[in-house]
Design a protein around this ligand. Structure first.
Ligand SMILES: NC(=O)c1ccc[n+]([C@@H]2O[C@H](COP(=O)([O-])OP(=O)(O)OC[C@H]3O[C@@H](n4cnc5c(N)ncnc54)[C@H](O)[C@@H]3O)[C@@H](O)[C@H]2O)c1
Length: 385
C-alpha cells in the first residue's frame, strides 16, 4: 500500500491518502490509524449502484471494528448535486444524532464526494470527512484538495466549501467495474493534470495510456497505483500552497493552474446542457484548445502540441464536438465562472509541465476562433486503440 501524508499550513488537520488494492476492506484499520482511535459513529454516503458493488465489504470492516455504520443513499447523477439532496443528507445526519466526533464517509465518484463533503463541512459547523473514491476522476482529482460543492440551475459548483478529508482510501480494485466512458473521462483529467505538472509525470501517464495494461483494463496493480500516487502528490503539492485558489495569484504553482483545459470544457458542457459530454471528455477538448492557443502564441512547440494530441487520443474515443455551435461556445467562454473582473484567465502551456496564466485580453478573437475550430476537431487518432 502507498501512503501520502499532507499537512496544510493553516490547519491542525493532517490528511492522509492511502492507495492500494482491496484496501477498502480494511477501512476500520485505516480509520483507527488516521484518527488515533475509531470514531463513535460513521455515516456512509453513497448511491445505490456503488453501495451494491462495494458497500458490503466496507460495512463488514466497520462492523468488525465495532462500529455500526448508518447508510444514506443519494440518487445517481450530476443533477442531484443540489440543495435538495444536501438538505436531505443534513436532515439524515441530524435525525441519526451524529455528533462532532463522528465521521462522514463518501463512497463513490465525484458527485457523491462533493455532496457528502459539503454536508460534512456544514453539519454542526463541520465534522470529520473521509473519501473512498471509486471513479478514476475522483481518485486522482476530486478526492484530493478539499473542494466540496453543489450546482445551481445557472451553473455548476457555484455553492461549496473547502473541507479537507482526514483520510482518502483509494482502492484500485474498485475501477474494475467502471464503465469505459468513465475511464476515458478520468484519463483525460490525468492528461490535463500531468501536462501542467511536469514532463516526467506527463511521460509516465502517456506511457501507461499506451500500455497493454490500459488496453486490458488492468488497473489493480502497483504500477498504476504508483501513477495515481504521483498524480495525488502533485495535486496535494499545489493545494498545500494555495488551498483556497487565491484570485490574486497568477504564478505557475497557484491552484488556478489545475483549471487547465477547464475554460473550454465548462463552455462546451454548458452549451450542450451538460448532456453530451462527461466532464472529463469536455476537459479532453479543453486541453486541445488550450494547446492550440499556446502554440499560436508561440508558447508551445508543434512537437509538444502533437504530444498533447496523442495523449488525448490515447485516452479513448470522445463524443464528436465539431457539431457544437462554436459561436455559442465563444459566447459561453465570455461568461466563464472563473473570470475575475470580467476577464477570463486562460491556463496555457509554456512547454509541457510549465503552465502559464494568460489574461484573455491578450488572446484576440481570430486566434481564439482558430484554436477552437482546430481543438474541437479532436485529436487525430493514430493508434488502433
Ligand atoms: N471536488 C473537486 O475537487 C472536484 C474535482 C473534479 C471534479 N469534481 C466533481 O466530480 C463530479 C464528477 O465525478 P465523476 O466523474 O466521478 O462522476 P460520478 O460521480 O457521476 O460517477 C460517474 C458514474 O459512475 C458510477 N460509479 C462510480 N464508481 C463506480 C464504480 N467503481 N463502478 C461502476 N460505476 C461506478 C456513478 O454511480 C456514476 O453513475 C462532478 O460533479 C465534478 O464537478 C469535483
Amino acid at each position: 500500500m502507498l501512503r501520502l501524508k499532507i499537512s496544510l499550513p493553516r490547519q491542525p488537520l493532517r490528511s492522509e491518502i492511502n492507495i492500494g488494492s482491496a484496501i477498502r476492506l480494511n477501512i476500520a484499520g485505516l480509520l483507527r490509524e488516521s484518527f488515533g482511535s475509531l470514531p463513535q459513529s460513521v455515516c456512509l454516503i453513497s448511491n445505490e449502484r456503488v453501495l451494491k458493488l462495494f458497500g458490503a465489504g466496507i460495512k463488514k470492516s466497520l462492523k468488525a471494528g465495532g462500529l455500526r455504520p448508518e447508510t444514506w443513499l443519494m440518487p445517481e447523477g450530476e443533477r442531484f448535486k443540489s440543495f435538495r439532496t444536501l438538505e436531505a443528507a443534513l436532515e439524515f445526519l441530524a435525525a441519526k444524532r451524529f455528533e462532532r466526533n463522528d465521521v462522514v464517509v463518501a463512497l463513490g465518484g465525484g458527485v457523491v464526494g462533493d455532496v457528502a463533503g459539503l454536508a460534512a463541512s456544514m453539519y454542526l459547523r463541520g465534522i470529520p470527512f473521509v473519501q473512498v473514491p471509486t471513479t478514476l476522476l475522483a481518485q486522482i482529482d476530486a478526492s484530493v484538495g478539499g473542494k466540496t460543492g453543489i450546482n445551481l440551475p445557472v451553473g455548476k459548483n457555484l455553492v461549496g466549501t473547502f473541507h479537507q478529508p482526514s483520510l482518502v482510501v483509494i482502492d484500485t480494485q474498485t475501477l474494475s467495474s467502471l464503465p469505459e466512458r468513465e475511464l476515458v473521462a478520468g484519463f483525460c483529467e490525468m492528461v490535463k493534470q500531468s501536462a501542467v505538472a511536469s514532463s516526467s509525470l506527463f511521460k509516465k501517464t502517456v506511457s501507461f495510456l499506451g500500455s497493454e495494461r490500459r488496453r486490458c483494463g488492468d488497473f489493480d496493480n502497483s504500477a498504476f497505483q504508483s501513477l495515481i500516487r504521483d498524480h495525488c502528490r502533485f495535486k496535494a503539492s499545489i493545494v498545500v500552497n494555495d488551498e483556497r485558489e487565491s484570485t490574486t495569484r497568477n504564478d505557475s504553482r497557484s491552484r488556478r493552474i489545475l483549471n487547465f483545459g477547464h475554460t473550454t470544457a465548462h463552455a462546451l458542457e454548458s452549451v450542450t446542457g451538460y448532456k453530451k459530454f462527461r466532464h472529463g471528455e469536455a476537459v479532453g477538448y479543453g486541453v486541445l484548445v488550450a494547446g492550440e492557443i499556446s502554440k499560436n502564441l508561440g508558447l508551445l512547440s508543434n512537437g509538444e502540441l502533437e504530444s498533447l494530441k496523442q495523449a488525448v487520443a490515447l485516452c479513448g474515443p470522445l463524443p464528436k464536438a465539431l457539431d457544437v455551435d462554436q459561436q455559442k461556445v465563444l459566447n459561453a467562454l465570455r461568461h466563464d465562472k472563473k473570470s475575475v473582473a470580467g476577464q477570463i484567465n486562460w491556463v496555457l502551456l509554456n512547454g509541457i509541465g510549465s503552465p502559464q496564466i494568460v489574461n484573455g485580453r491578450d488572446i484576440n478573437e481570430t486566434l481564439l476562433r482558430r484554436a477552437l475550430e482546430a481543438g474541437l476537431r479532436g485529436p487525430e487518432r493514430r493508434t488502433g486503440h
